[in-house]
Design a protein around this ligand. Structure first.
Ligand SMILES: CC(C)(COP(=O)(O)OP(=O)(O)OC[C@H]1O[C@@H](n2cnc3c(N)ncnc32)[C@H](O)[C@@H]1OP(=O)(O)O)[C@@H](O)C(=O)NCCC(=O)NCCS
Length: 222
């Protein structure tokens, strides 16, 4: 059967901007909303404090970590994300926990016909890690992408050493599809990454990832 990409709404791509959630997990109530200009100070404070925890998993970029994550860098990043969101290339969500900014989940590289595909990436403040925040955030974003956004496939690439991220994807039922050799320059070297993926068909029986988390007792809708 042919799939049609939903028609753009008022010049924007479907499903954006959006606010998703909340889902109660052991850490508190997780919700998603578009990143905001005023997230800069919190974003910078977390990212600079968490350099050792984040840098091993993120693409290498020119410039020092502290310089790239200064609060003064956020407005330009935010403008870029907002523009790309409006064009339909990305869905740049902030993750909030009990209303506080604690990380980001980003749907990127959105390709429309014929693929209807994108990748999902994420990070969260180390001080709230291990309590279900990212699992809930990714569940919300996957359901949204396969619902209002109208995508067919979502991929996540992860270094084999990143056991926490692999666990997030496994809990959500992402399928390990292969190993991309020297895929991404991370932490100053070209690193192998596993490719995990889901397609709409994978969720037809379960009724979505949010429902799956609720049924498993990992989250509660609020
Ligand atoms: C990966 C990351 C986003 C996970 O966020 P999180 O909010 O802690 O995720 P959750 O709490 O929903 O799930 C993490 C799971 O991994 C498990 N885990 C954590 N560290 C682990 C480790 N070293 N080995 C095995 N499992 C681990 C947790 O126990 C939890 O599983 P459980 O629910 O069965 O107990 C977070 O660790 C992070 O931001 N890391 C740095 C950036 C990053 O790696 N981004 C992803 C790049 S692919």
């Amino acid at each position: 059967m042919a799939h049609a990409y939903p028609a753009p709404i008022a010049g924007r791509h479907p499903g954006w901007p959006a606010s998703l959630g909340g889902l109660r997990v052991s850490a508190g109530v997780v919700a998603l909303r578009p990143v905001r200009l005023r997230d800069g100070r919190t974003w910078s404070a977390i990212r600079i404090r968490d350099e050792q925890y984040l840098a091993p998993w993120e693409p290498s970029m020119p410039g020092g970590w502290a310089q790239r994550h200064a609060a003064s860098e956020w407005p330009a990043r935010w403008l870029q994300l907002r523009g790309a969101g409006r064009r339909g290339a990305v869905l740049p969500f902030a993750i909030t926990l009990d209303g506080r900014f604690v990380g980001q989940v980003m749907v990127g590289n959105i390709v429309r016909e014929p693929l209807l595909s994108a990748y999902v990436g994420y990070w969260v403040d180390s001080s709230v890690a291990g309590r279900g925040v990212t699992t809930a955030a990714v569940a919300l974003v996957v359901d949204h992408c396969f619902g209002r956004v109208g995508l067919h496939r979502l991929e996540a690439t992860v270094r084999p050493e990143n056991l926490a991220s692999i666990r997030v994807l496994s809990k959500l039922g992402f399928r390990k599809e292969g190993l991309f050799r020297r895929y991404l320059d991370v932490d100053s070297a070209w690193r192998d990454h596993y490719c995990y993926a889901l397609t709409v068909e994978d969720l037809e029986k379960t009724g979505g990832l949010t429902t799956r988390l609720v049924m498993e007792g990992r989250a509660e809708r609020v």
